[in-house]
Design a protein around this ligand. Structure first.
Ligand code: NAD
Length: 479
């Protein structure tokens, strides 16, 4: 097997100790790796670089394309940017993969059967971080969901399921409420699923799906979901498996990938040789599979399972009656190394040898739809009275387009609103041409010009389009 050059960062806090332990184990297991070390994190931040990473370090990651990263400390305050978020976005790491497995009775859990992989979209959704204050009372965050984003992550989930011998992929969304954004994710899931007839599928509304996951995780196998839901789900799943401290995660992109532990840099126990290296070791196992060194990944994970079974535990998971020996970080690594030829007897042995490395899905852009302007939502900052008062003012802006509805926080308040509806100072005012005629951009300019003349404070507009005759915008609640 050819030696693969990877970039490694030992990070902050317990980072160097758990990285040394991890590298010692995977090298002893026969990983064919050449290590190029870079510095990221606290020292780089405190040297005045607010991104926590230097230009040379970027070059190393981009050349080697595979990055094994120990946790880092992000200093509080001072405008330091999260290195993880920067990495994900800059390197296009669109898929976050977090396998969660129970190791009961060695690590106690209420869910001994849990074996779930959370595959989270990693680049878009509310994490685009596009936020604005629009009025005294209202701020907004844009939730951006794209067809390429959905297609890439959903195909990835199916490919992953196939490569790892998983039986089912479950899609989690809230498309009963967010019909456009979450609706697109669900629709694309339904489009792609028939391409994988060997894999069972289902869809869960995120609230009841999460409740079932927390209560009956054994009914799930692979879960694919949007960024924010995936963030919450992956922590819940890791926690109910027994310990967040035992989880690794992969961030996969078309050209680069990053592998790490789920936990942070644990400064409270740094330098004491008591940290558990298992989370980072799990990240390294994901990396070995990604590199096609699945035989080594299998050997390492089985040796780790044997060590758990032997009760050789670091302090964080040590339990009288179950554990036999409390060890430090380096001793734990030695125990795993001494078990490299062994297979677990009680826990399920892994066997990744069946091609866990798989080609990434490529997005193909289809012919654009016919896009027709049908109206405009004009957002207004106003606190001068009742919705009927505002309706009377806004009808002054009618021209080719006419005011057909006003909503406040999405609820229709004009015409025929209910007095009980609480209103803020943020109004969405919908204009459309009569008889469902098309609108021109000039008609929008006319509305805006009249708004200035009538001293109406427009804060933004949103165009209403049909795509191939299908409405591309939501109706007001009560419309
Ligand atoms: P943390 O995960 O570092 O620690 C939480 C608790 O778990 C602490 O009591 C710690 O001692 C314990 N713990 C964590 N890992 C352990 C291990 N391997 N073995 C034994 N015990 C372990 O979370 P935190 O305290 O919220 O954050 C500390 C720092 O880590 C912060 O600067 C945070 O920004 C950073 N962080 C980094 C990453 C990352 O680099 N991916 C992720 C999360 C947090």
């Amino acid at each position: 097997m050819i030696e693969k050059r990877i970039t490694v960062a030992k990070g902050d806090g317990i980072g160097p100790e758990i990285m040394d332990a991890t590298l010692a184990i995977i090298k002893a297991a026969g990983a064919k790796l050449e290590i190029e070390e870079i510095e990221v994190g606290e020292k780089v931040y405190l040297s005045g670089n607010t991104s926590g990473i230097s230009g040379d370090a970027w070059d190393s990651i981009r050349n080697n394309k595979v990055f094994l990263k120990a946790p880092i400390t992000t200093p509080q305050g001072g405008g330091y940017k999260s290195l993880n978020v920067t990495m994900r976005k800059s390197l296009g790491l669109f898929a976050n993969v977090r396998p969660c497995v129970s190791y009961d009775p060695y690590v106690r859990t209420k869910h001994p059967e849990l074996d779930v992989v959370i595959i989270r979209e990693n680049e878009e959704d509310l994490y685009a971080g596009i936020e604005h204050q629009q009025t005294d009372e209202v701020v907004q965050c844009l939730k951006l969901i794209s067809r390429p984003g959905c297609e890439k992550i959903i195909r990835y989930a199916f490919e992953y399921a196939r490569a790892y011998g998983r039986k089912k992929v479950s899609c989690f969304t809230k498309d009963n409420i967010m019909k456009q954004t979450d609706g697109m994710f669900h629709k694309i899931f339904n489009e792609i699923a028939p391409e994988y007839p060997d894999i069972e599928t289902d869809h869960w509304i995120i609230d009841i799906g999460t409740a079932r996951l927390a209560d009956t995780p054994e009914i799930f196998d692979v879960i694919v979901t949007l960024n924010l839901y995936g963030d919450v789900l992956s922590d819940i799943t890791a926690q109910i498996s027994g310990s967040v401290g035992l989880g690794g995660s992969a961030n996969i992109g078309a050209s680069c990938s990053m592998f790490e532990a789920v936990h942070g840099s644990a400064p409270d126990i740094a330098g004491k040789n008591i940290a558990n290296p298992s989370g980072l070791l799990k990240g390294a196992i994901l990396m070995l599979n990604h590199l096609g060194q699945s035989d080594v990944a299998t050997k390492v994970e089985n040796a780790w399972l044997v060590t758990l079974e032997q009760g050789i535990h670091t302090g964080d998971i040590f339990k009288e009656g179950i554990s036999t020996r409390k060890v430090g970080t380096a001793e734990f690594a030695e125990a795993v190394i001494s078990n490299l030829a062994n297979k677990p007897q009680y826990l399920n042995a892994v066997n990744y040898e069946t091609g866990a490395d798989f080609p990434l899905p490529v997005y193909k852009r289809s012919t654009p739809a016919n896009k027709v302007l049908k109206g405009v939502d004009v957002f207004v900052d106003w606190s001068g009275g009742t919705p009927d008062d505002l309706g009377a003012i806004l009808q002054n802006l009618n021209g080719n387009a006419e005011l057909i509805m006003i909503t406040n926080r999405g609820v229709k308040v004009w015409p025929d609103g209910m007095e009980e509806t609480f209103c803020t100072d943020h109004w969405r005012c919908r204009y459309q041409a009569p008889d469902n005629a098309d609108l021109k951009k000039e008609d929008i300019l006319e509305i805006l010009q009249k708004a200035i003349e009538h001293k109406v404070d427009v804060i933004k507009t949103e165009n209403l389009y049909e795509f191939d005759g299908v409405r591309g915008y939501s109706l007001g609640q009560g419309q």
